[in-house]
Design a protein around this ligand. Structure first.
Ligand code: IFM
Length: 455
């Protein structure tokens, strides 16, 4: 196996039944945005807003995976994957989000699941990866409690159709990012800049998770149910350690990490007093019984990790948020996106989860980790990124964290939200003009790593 990892512990020896996978999402790869009865999603709408996405890129065609999934599964077969994490497009299955089901949408996922199983790859669908049906957004989206109920009904529909073959399910992808980027700052769909008034979108997503979990358990005997949270270790600059800075870091941790992990694993919300919560509006959002629904037992916690977040006290405390985002002073390597490469942040996230939740922490799955790098087939920087992070997760396992699987983001270069096609996360390069797929050096590296783990 070729790797340039300088870590003496490379390659780590992970358990024989450790799951190796890749991750994708529907809007980022499928294309076929208006095909076979699919309804519009908030991303179909948002990409048409002038200036919303770099260079006006859209996911209309993306990787054309809808028509080329056989070719993509063949690539997965060459990698020797155990599992494939993808997302189901809610508006492809229930075009207006509630009510009438589109059989052609279900047929697509039926074919995809069968093809994966034929290739010996375990399908691991995510029910919601940010492409809310536009009709539901027109009624308030995740700010409207009814969306949680509709989500559970949609979960029941897909469980009924796929549950005889799909056993591992992920309800939501990164509800923090959807709440903050989509409803808080408006840089993702649905493009609403509500700041703290976005908080109900957190609760309603979590409620939707809890209701969908019940629906899946009713329909799929032995279902394994996860949720994928974006987790970040919160760090202070070494030159900024005042009490105010520490308070700001704690407030950020509460918003990014604990707002989503505590209700799932402890059945309570963290202290949000730095945000003026609870206030009457929040109290009206969280109703009796909701937290018990949200805290229904999970079979696994999905962790998506990319980098730590540096925080300082707000320069202007009256400006609205109790923290400012900061830059680290350390000269970390950066991905093409500009994100610092900090593998030990993954060890910190995992051991931090164990320290906070103890026995309440179910087995953990790294459901996303990867990096954007410049176009080109020789992507040694990606190999270094991945080997560093896999070493970091092995270190957390050595410290007692039960990690069951690792899914690289991503199989293919794809539509990277507000960045359009400018950020390339793929083990496989995609020429978007021809749809030609060409495996990169990291593809062979990941294939060899998986084979070596099994030998
Ligand atoms: O592409 C995204 C994905 O949709 C969610 N997690 C982070 C990835 C990289 O930004």
């Amino acid at each position: 196996m070729t790797t340039s990892s300088t870590d003496a512990t490379w390659p780590p020896r992970l358990p024989a039944d450790f799951t190796w996978g890749v991750s994708t999402a529907a809007y980022q790869i499928e294309g076929a945005a208006d095909e076979d009865g699919k309804g519009a999603s908030i991303w179909d709408t948002f990409v048409r807003r002038p200036g919303a996405v770099r260079d006006g890129h859209t996911g209309d065609v993306a990787c054309d995976h809808y028509h080329r999934f056989d070719e993509d599964i063949a690539l997965m077969g060459r990698l020797g994957l155990d599992a494939y994490r993808f997302s189901l497009s809610w508006p492809r299955i229930v075009p207006t989000g509630a009510g009438k089901v589109e059989p052609r949408g279900l047929d697509f996922y039926d074919r995809l699941v069968d093809a994966l199983l034929d290739a010996g790859i375990e399908p691991t669908p995510t029910l919601f990866h940010w492409d809310l049906p536009q009709s539901l957004e027109d009624q308030g989206g995740w700010l409207n409690r009814d969306t949680a109920e509709h989500f559970a009904q949609y979960a029941a529909v897909v469980a009924e159709r796929l549950g005889d073959r799909v056993k591992r399910w992920i309800t939501l992808n990164e509800p923090f990012v959807h709440m903050s980027f989509g409803y808080g700052f408006g840089v993702h769909a649905p493009g609403r800049a509500l700041l703290l008034d976005a908080l109900p979108a957190a609760h309603h997503q979590l409620l939707g998770h809890g209701l969908a979990t019940a629906a899946l358990r009713n329909t799929v005997p032995g279902a394994q149910i996860l949720i994928s949270n974006n987790c970040t270790p919160v760090r202070l600059r070494s030159d900024a350690r005042s009490d105010e800075d520490s308070a700001a870091a704690s407030a950020y941790d509460a918003l990014h990490n604990r707002l989503f992990n505590d209700p799932l694993l402890l059945g309570s919300y963290p202290d949000l007093s730095a945000y003026g919560m609870p206030d009457p509006s929040w109290a009206g959002v969280v109703r009796d019984g909701d937290l018990a629904t949200i805290a229904a037992p999970l079979d696994g916690l999905g962790v998506n990790y990319y980098n730590p977040t540096w925080i300082t006290a707000p320069a202007d405390p009256a400006a609205g948020l109790p923290f400012d985002l900061a830059e680290p002073e350390e000269p970390y390597e950066r991905t093409a996106f500009g994100w610092p490469v900090v593998p030990d942040g993954l060890t910190a996230v995992l051991t931090g989860l164990k320290a906070r939740y103890g026995d309440a922490l179910p087995p953990v799955w790294i459901t996303e980790n990867g990096c954007s790098q410049p176009a080109g087939l020789q992507d040694q920087a990606r190999i270094d990124y991945l080997s560093g992070h896999i070493t970091a997760l092995a270190r957390a396992m050595a410290q007692g964290v039960d990690v069951r699987g690792y899914f690289t983001w991503s199989l293919l270069d794809n539509f990277e939200w507000a960045e359009g096609y400018h950020q390339r996360f793929g083990l496989v390069e995609v020429d978007f003009a021809t749809q030609q797929r060409t495996p990169r050096a990291s593809f062979a590296w990941y294939r060899d790593l998986i084979a070596a783990q099994r030998s």
